[in-house]
Design a protein around this ligand. Structure first.
Ligand code: AMP
Length: 395
């Protein structure tokens, strides 16, 4: 067990909290503040306990150092509104400097400061020592609450943890580890996994690992067409990873060997053009004509998958069933979200696009847990240790 924020005394101490404030921005405005909201329980607890909070996070992928469009200024503003207190934005392109240190040392108990985007420092993603040391000068205690970045060994997630004498995980991290950990280690059965999204290659490890654990595996999304080819079907212009067809065959065989029921689409929505108002048809899985592309599971598959979920006690879902961004191809994803919402089961949505889809389609409050980390939750389900968690002190 990792030390939690319930196990530490923060009064009067400088607490460096690694948050996941990697929010989507449109024209400089935050278009979705779920990640900020998800950080609030930890921050409120530390404020109430009299900690002097120094928050840090990355935002986007600045390529060549500091870039104004990746500034955390909009986050400081939104966070101030959410917390109801002024969050001091210690804006500095170098993230840590003498001036920033002065700002941190001026904090009183229960006050909050936010550093500039950690990726403004080139060392961040290389876990370079200089930046880890700089961060450590701001902290008596380190708290990692950024589950979405826990699969990355960066200065602000791993490097700094080794240099600060006390460390703990925040409530969000704990909640993520609890839901995902229980699902993987001792799931209530039947245990069903649903995988979709774009690429088989992104989910190779997770398909393989889940086949060791689940009772049923449902595969949809663009990934399914590689499995169609593995079954000898024509796939038209659908997205197929040619170099993964053999792997898909192996997984079909592995499911048989392990006694896992594997559900693949039996029909599919097809179109000639990738656009929102494209003409479409629903055809059987082995009847995709040349020149047509599959963009969603079909209606018979919706029923098949919905039935496969009945009676499930644990469900994990990662990756949409189709191009849910276009209403006409969102129906497969919608039908599964509905089916999951009606189950008497632990239902877990693994971050990224599946979380966005479930939120967009209005089912967020019907799920047991929506993970804030797409990549991190996949690596966790694969059975990999998350460096950002490993780096935190044990109880
Ligand atoms: P991922 O990030 O791997 O979860 O993939 C999510 C993306 O896959 C979403 O943007 C979907 O629009 C896209 N997607 C799902 N199904 C298909 C499909 N059949 N063809 C093309 N893209 C798809």
């Amino acid at each position: 067990m990792k030390k939690s924020i319930n196990d530490i005394q923060v009064k009067g101490k400088r607490v460096l909290v690694r948050c996941d404030f990697n929010v989507p921005l449109i024209d400089g405005k935050i278009s979705d503040d779920n990640r900020i909201v998800a950080a609030l329980p930890t921050l409120k607890k530390l404020i109430a306990d009299g900690g002097r909070l120094v928050l840090c996070s990355h935002l986007g992928k600045p390529k060549n150092g500091p870039e104004a469009k990746f500034s955390l200024a909009p986050v400081a503003q939104r966070l101030s509104e959410k917390l109801g207190i002024q969050v001091k934005f210690l804006e500095d392109d170098n993230v840590v400097s003498d001036k920033v240190r002065e700002g941190v040392n001026a904090l009183k108990d229960g006050e909050v400061a936010l550093l500039q985007n950690t990726r403004f420092r080139a060392e961040e993603s290389k876990n370079g020592e200089a930046f880890s040391k700089d961060l450590a000068t701001l902290a008596d205690i380190f708290v990692n609450d950024a589950f979405g970045s826990a699969h990355r060994a960066h200065c602000s997630t791993v490097g700094v943890a080794a240099l600060v004498s006390e460390s703990a995980v925040g409530y969000l991290m704990e909640k993520e580890l609890k839901f995902l950990g229980e699902a993987v280690d001792k799931p209530a059965r039947p245990f069903v996994a649903i995988l979709g999204g774009l690429k088989v290659s992104d989910k190779i490890g997770v398909i393989n690992a889940l086949l060791e654990k689940v009772d049923k595996l449902i595969i949809g999304g663009a990934m399914a067409y590689t499995f169609f080819r593995a079954q000898g079907y024509n796939t038209g212009t659908s997205i197929v990873e040619e170099d993964r067809i053999d792997y898909a065959k192996e997984m079909i065989q592995k499911a048989k060997d392990k006694g896992v029921e594997l559900f693949l689409p039996i029909d599919t929505m097809i179109t000639k053009e990738f656009k929102a108002d494209a003409e479409w048809q629903c055809v059987d899985a082995d009847k995709i004509p040349d020149g047509w592309q599959g963009l969603d599971i079909g209606t018979k598959t919706q029923e098949l998958f919905t039935n496969a979920l009945q009676g499930a006690k644990t469900v994990i879902w990662n990756g949409p069933m189709g191009v849910f961004e276009f209403e006409v191809f969102a129906q497969g994803t919608l039908s599964l979200a509905k089916a999951m919402a009606n189950l008497d089961a632990t239902t877990i949505i693994g971050g990224g696009d599946s979380a966005a889809a479930v939120i967009q389609l209005g089912f967020a409050d019907k799920m047991s847990h929506i993970s804030t980390g797409g990549g991190a939750s996949l690596e966790f389900l694969e059975g990999k240790a998350l460096p950002g968690v490993t780096a935190v002190q044990a109880k």
